[in-house]
Design a protein around this ligand. Structure first.
Ligand SMILES: [Zn+2]
Length: 326
């Protein structure tokens, strides 16, 4: 992309993983992680596990995956996909019993070195929600958690995993946010969100602000399972009045844990270039996530120099309802 472009081992690892997962699906004809495990002779054993979801065990008598018997069907499938990712990518140290819940890449803001957990998650996401399936849901307008729930149901995976997968490949300006007891735990931005938003405007470890539905839930315990327009300033720094963001927030199965999908109410230039397949979009997003320099370099080349004629910033142009359609 630039003459100075060097793909980090983190980025290369994720891309290799995506390609491997797609190739394995084709080779095996398996449509689920369970079928793939059977195809490659990895036994699945459900048992009682304290404080863990699963473990991949490679022994002299064969390889098997131990699964906690408290997992839901969706959680079980997710765990199998994750452990098969470790298995298929031949990660050197077999992971110990782990809590492999879905989470976005670059969670810890260090992404130069390979990250086996990110790769295992990616393998599981691509295998359970392949491009041709996720493409049916990912560009809806407005994009809400309804699309994530439909994808989750279709693929038999947890809602959080589907929301992460959607934000990875969507062409919409959106971000998934997970909060716990009023504090943002992680953010999974879409590629166009990354390009338009100031990187610091939505950060993990910050408190969920007044004006958001998530805050209202923490203050009152009440949450309507409906998307609503809320002032964009409830989520983003430095946004003027009159800008709105669509928020869809759902209380997950654990106390105090909520999932939010933020998206812009309008979308300019919303046609996806045919070259930007879900796979290409995921790669580009990880490239932009891989370093702040990559993001700055890319934006310099591809974002218009001219100021937005409709709003102080291009992001806000998408947040002005009904005023910016050209
Ligand atoms: Zn793992």
């Amino acid at each position: 992309m630039s003459s100075s472009f060097v793909a980090s081992p983190w980025l290369q690892g994720l891309e290799t993983t995506r390609v491997a997962a797609m190739a394995r699906m084709e080779q095996s004809g398996a449509e689920t992680p369970e079928e793939y495990a059977a195809w490659c002779g990895v036994e699945l054993r459900d048992t009682h596990l304290d404080g863990a979801h699963g473990q991949l065990i490679a022994g002299p008598l064969g390889t098997y995956i131990v699964l906690a018997d408290h997992l839901s069907d969706r959680g079980r499938r997710w765990t199998i996909g994750h452990e098969l990712g470790h298995y298929d990518m031949r990660h050197p140290a077999p992971p110990t019993a782990e809590l492999c819940g879905p989470r976005p890449t670059r969670l810890y803001r260090r992404c130069w070195h390979r990250n086996y957990e990110d790769e295992a998650n990616e393998w599981g996401m691509v295998f359970t929600m392949p491009d041709k399936v996720v493409a049916r849901f990912c560009d809806r307008l407005p994009l809400t958690l309804d699309a994530a729930e439909q994808l989750a149901r279709t693929s038999g995976v947890p809602l959080v995993a589907a929301a992460i997968r959607l934000t990875e490949v969507t062409f919409r300006v959106c971000a998934a946010v997970l909060s716990l007891h009023g504090v943002i735990q992680w953010v999974s931005p879409s590629v166009r969100f990354l390009m338009l938003a100031r990187p610091a405007s939505l950060s993990p470890d910050t408190v969920v602000r007044p004006g958001s539905l998530a805050r209202r839930f923490y203050d009152t315990g009440k949450l309507r399972d409906q998307p609503e327009l809320v002032p964009a300033a409830a989520w983003f720094d430095g946004i003027e009045d009159g800008s709105w963001v669509q928020e869809h927030t759902i209380h997950l199965d654990e106390p105090g844990r909520v999932l939010t999908l933020l998206s812009t109410p309008s979308d300019v230039d919303a046609e996806r270039d045919p070259l930007m397949t879900p796979h290409a979009t995921a790669f580009l997003r990880d490239y932009l996530l891989s370093s702040d320099l990559a993001l700055a370099d890319f934006n310099e080349r591809f974002l218009p120099d001219d100021p937005c004629p409709y709003a102080p910033t291009w992001l806000e142009a998408f947040m002005r309802t009904g005023t910016c359609t050209g």
